[in-house]
Write a protein that binds this ligand. Structure first.
Ligand SMILES: C[S@@+](CC[C@H](N)C(=O)[O-])C[C@H]1O[C@@H](n2cnc3c(N)ncnc32)[C@H](O)[C@@H]1O
Length: 194
């Protein structure tokens, strides 16, 4: 199969270096308990990386599957960006994987998620302020000790809202480790204590 007709390549806007970072993080938490979540699925590219890397875990997938919701002044992305996808096509792409779809606007779309589910790995790739903030507030308390939240857009040139949300939320925490796959963008936060 050539690069051009490889369906996995054209289903993600995330560059290879950060796809590989995601895969490595999944391997790193393999011995811990907890399920997996992705907020910002689009066509399912990085979702498949997670589902392949952790086949025994449920991977919860959150997206409108209809494009960006309302954005705020700090954001560059606009409502309706990334609308060229659908729940049906992503479902088909991830057929046979251990995934659960939560379509709609997050965090409202998560209101039926059982309270007792704990997460070991959460991939946040929503690009905008309110969605990133909501992901921090929702998932950080549900993350197991040693669990990781990855913020794909941190320092991204088109995602100033993602930085603002992460910096505001995590400035309050002392026991965190922040790092990324390169000095440009993408980062992770490891939960070192409950
Ligand atoms: C950059 S794309 C995700 C890219 C994807 N991870 C990949 O592998 O290509 C960002 C996605 O976030 C979604 N999104 C942003 N805010 C959201 C929210 N509050 N609720 C649901 N989806 C949201 C958009 O619909 C869009 O599909």
């Amino acid at each position: 199969m050539t690069e051009n007709n490889n369906p996995d390549k054209i289903r993600s806007v995330v560059p290879k270096v950060r796809q590989e970072f995601l895969r490595q993080q999944a391997l790193q938490v393999a011995s811990l308990r907890g399920e997996v979540a992705e907020i910002g699925v689009y066509k399912g590219g990085t979702a498949k990386i997670l589902a392949r890397a952790m086949p025994a875990r449920m991977v919860h997938l959150f997206d409108t599957f209809e494009g960006m919701p309302e954005t705020s002044e700090v954001d560059i992305h606009k409502p309706g960006d990334f609308a060229d996808t659908s729940l049906e096509t992503v479902n088909e792409y991830l057929q046979g994987y251990n995934v659960h779809f939560w379509p709609g606007i997050f965090p409202d779309s998560a209101r039926l998620l059982p309270d007792d589910i704990e997460f070991v790995l959460v991939h946040v790739d929503v690009d905008i302020y309110e969605s990133t903030k909501a992901a921090c507030e929702f998932f950080w308390p549900r993350l197991v000790t040693g669990g990781i939240m990855i913020f794909d857009d941190y320092n991204g040139p088109r995602c100033p809202g993602a930085n603002k949300a992460v910096d505001e939320f995590f400035n309050a925490w002392q026991e965190i480790e922040v790092s990324g796959p390169n000095k440009r963008y993408g980062t992770r936060v490891v939960k070192t204590q409950k």
